[in-house]
Design a protein around this ligand. Structure first.
Ligand code: NAD
Ligand code: MG
Length: 393
């Protein structure tokens, strides 16, 4: 029996993880469910999955959840605050930690799971993008088992020799990108797009932050950085190819010309089930590909002029140091400003570009220095938006 902690349990990945776990009650038991502030959805999940602990970062919300669960006779104990998130992630009573908090907010609890040597199913790409080498060094040092849930990286994990432990004969990785909802928009019309349009992803149903990142292609930029750290490959050996159908989830090209790809319907329950059971295979509940119904699979190059975020991310990865942390922090601030209608869609790339130019060179040898870079970049981006924002659609 594997005991599972889900960080970010109320989100898109968290809920889909619980759907997969519920298919296999003989294999998995839910140890802890953690979320940010929304106590009602967490209450429902607790009543259904009966975890030992529920954690809310927000203390007031935790008090409401505690009263509610007590009244209903639930045995789940409610904890609160930052430290509690780390405690459930590193507990000796948990075997698997699903890291599905969005943004740099997930760094500390995810690192706590790494340092406790858990099997970590990583969805929270920002945690790895920001901490990079420090994260991967900790994985090795503490014998943690890191399995990527991001569909592209999970695909590559499945296609590499020895599930990524070897790069024997590997020439390059091909990360596929759907191109997002604005793939065919002109540069001019991208100036006018709305929040509702950005949130309408053609293939995947995801949380708001990653949906906007998919529309700007920053998601693919973050994934490029993620892939470089996960698989220890230089950025020059990772290419991005736009594949609007999202059936080929990514590919590995070998020296002899062979290309291995992982295919599936665009449903995160497949990589989640893969990560939970690996190296075994279990049912995920995802629909299967009907090859006869697939009309065509197409591939095209990404347009870095209309989608500069992908280029900015590659530049940040090349620059090294704190650049990826700065890129991520400015992007988090800019995406939130866009969602709040305080910044235009194209303003996101402009804001990140400015932060990289002004804060990209700060040091980052320790976690403290990384968090400093994150703070400096957030402040810079906030200032930039107050000077250049205000373009509301
Ligand atoms: P979401 O917005 O749907 O859910 C985010 C979860 O994180 C929620 O449970 C929320 O309560 C929690 N959370 C947010 N801020 C927090 C904080 N400060 N402290 C504690 N908890 C906090 O997001 P999502 O779409 O599920 O994405 C989660 C992560 O997985 C992201 O890093 C995203 O890039 C990655 N990812 C998601 C998908 C997808 O299909 N949704 C695919 C690949 C990767
Ligand atoms: Mg992805």
């Amino acid at each position: 029996m594997q005991r599972v902690t889900v960080l970010g349990a109320t989100g898109s990945i968290g809920v889909q993880t619980l759907e997969v776990l519920a298919l296999h009650p003989e294999r998995y038991q839910v140890f802890a469910l953690a979320a940010f502030t929304k106590w009602q959805p967490l209450a429902e999940l607790c009543l259904k999955h009966r975890p030992r602990y529920a954690v809310l970062r927000d203390a007031a919300a935790a008090a409401l959840l505690r009263n509610h669960l007590r009244e209903l006779g639930s045995q789940t104990e409610v904890l609160e605050g930052d430290r509690a998130l780390e405690q459930v992630a590193e507990s000796v009573e948990t075997d698997v930690v699903v890291a599905a908090i969005v943004g740099a907010a997930g760094i500390r609890p995810t690192l706590a799971a790494v340092r406790a040597g858990k099997r970590i199913l990583l969805a929270n790409k920002e945690a790895l993008v920001v901490t990079g080498k420090l994260f991967m060094d900790a994985v090795r040092q503490h014998g943690a088992e890191l399995i990527p849930l991001d569909s592209e990286h999970n695909a590559i994990f499945q296609c590499l020799p020895e599930s990524g432990r070897s790069l024997n004969g590997v020439r390059r990785l091909l990360l596929t990108a759907s191109g997002g909802p604005f793939r065919n928009h002109s540069a001019e019309s991208l100036q006018q797009v709305t929040v509702a349009e950005a949130l309408k992803h053609p293939n995947w149903d995801m949380g708001p932050k990653i949906s906007v990142d998919s529309a700007t292609l920053m998601n693919k930029g973050l994934e490029l950085i993620e892939a470089s750290w996960l698989f220890a490959l230089d950025e020059s050996r990772i290419d991005v190819v736009v594949h609007p159908q999202s059936v080929v989830h990514s590919m590995v090209e070998y020296e002899d010309g062979s290309v291995l790809a992982q295919l599936g319907t665009p449903d995160m329950r497949t990589p989640i089930a893969c990560g939970l059971a690996w190296p075994q295979r279990i049912a995920s509940g995802a629909p299967r590909i009907d090859f006869l119904a697939l009309s065509q699979l197409t591939f095209e190059a990404p347009d870095l002029e209309r989608f500069p975020c992908l280029h900015l991310a590659r530049e940040a990865l090349r620059a090294g140091g704190a650049a990826s942390a700065v890129l991520n922090a400015a992007n988090e601030v800019a995406v939130q400003a866009f969602l709040d209608q305080k910044l235009s869609f194209m303003g996101i790339a402009a804001c990140v570009d400015d932060a990289l130019q002004h804060c990209g060179a700060v040091a980052c040898r320790s976690l403290e220095e990384i968090f400093d870079a994150d703070r400096i970049s957030r402040a810079h981006a906030g200032d930039w938006i107050s000077r250049h924002g205000g373009v509301v659609h």
